[in-house]
Design a protein around this ligand. Sequence first.
Ligand SMILES: [Zn+2]
Length: 211
Amino acid sequence: MVEAATRPGVVPYITAWSEEQYARFDVVAHPAGGIAYRDEVPHDRDADGVLWARMTHARGQGRPDFGRVHFGRQRRAMRALLCQVCGGPASRTDEGVLWLLKDDRADWPGWPEGMAATHPPVCLACARTAARRCPHLRGGCVAVRAREFGTRAVYGSLYRPGVPAPVAAAEVIAASREPRARWVLATQMVRVLRQCSFVDLAAETGLPRAA
Ligand SMILES: [Zn+2]
């Protein structure tokens, strides 16, 4: 999450508030394989048929909890390509959609090509604020545009069959359309970034360059 991008008093769109609680749930085996809720309703699943963890909606109530992401807003921002900070449309040009990523260029040649992003994209204004407010961002994060981000995946708890009920076994990222995703209780939507190019935020926004 790009906490550094916030202006004082502004809480990122995907940040959970203290009044937003994890809902109690009862996971059971689905007759067709995978997991289900005992009291499942249609909106517990996304368009790919993946089951989502439940969380109450109370944005703005209580205190912002910067360590927690709200499952519903994260999913909405990722699905609709909204800025994770302000909730408006993310920046999009011919070069692709704008993402601020922790600089892991050492991880593999060609990074971030093929990276599974769990944090939604950003708009140019929020990227600019992040760069201006937080000097370490200039060294620790990079701005990237991705032209291709259509591969959807989920992050969450992978269950295995169990008696009397399936058992959570591990945290995984699973492609939404692979059979294994039927065994995942999702908490975040993931997009795989491809056709990536690095962005010179200073050039795009008119900011002075970092020394
Ligand atoms: Zn924004």
